[in-house]
Design a protein around this ligand. Sequence first.
Ligand SMILES: [Zn+2]
Length: 219
Amino acid sequence: MPLPDKALSVDGGCNCGAVRYKVAIPALEDRPPHPLAPAGASVPLPFLVLDHCNDCRRATGSLLPAWLCAPIEMCSVSLVRASSSSLAPKASDREGQPEEQRGPWTPASAVFSPAPSDANHFLRSYESSHERWRWFCSRCGTSIAYTAVMPEGFPNMLDITMGSIDRGHLESDALVPERHLWWDYGVDWIRRLATKGYGDLPIHPDYRIAETVTLQRPG
Ligand SMILES: [Zn+2]
């Protein structure tokens, strides 16, 4: 499902709150086109994808990673200073830390470049293959983003793990993956799970497997 036409701002971050980001998505008419869209088709950026490639599955630790793929100039970040890390990383602090402790909002393009290991924050990267970087929080381990040297004609991108987006945005139905990438590299039962569900697995409301949920099946 494509993004809504109107402008929207998406927030997210890591599980301990040391890394927060914002994506300021303009209205549809101001979004750049995907340079590799088929002729005659309009695929604006950002776009949202499910990703079946093996590298991203392993790097994110998710069976089926999903990405918000955004031109990096739409993105900004705020990083807790490592020198203030005596602050307990409480969930309630994730969005509310004072700016002098968090660090100011900064264009992502100034931050998501291979970082020196002595940077005074917790965002780290490693080069997972030639000119491709995986970004994560070194305090809590959350996988945050992927960057790469882009091909000719492509804007610089920040591919953000959808699992790190704040839940309120995920619940809004504005952010739903709109296509599968790397299908040919997928694992068969994961592809089946992603497209058809997985049949009659018992479903539990939480960890208590004595209780089950009955779904209303269409038709
Ligand atoms: Zn963290």
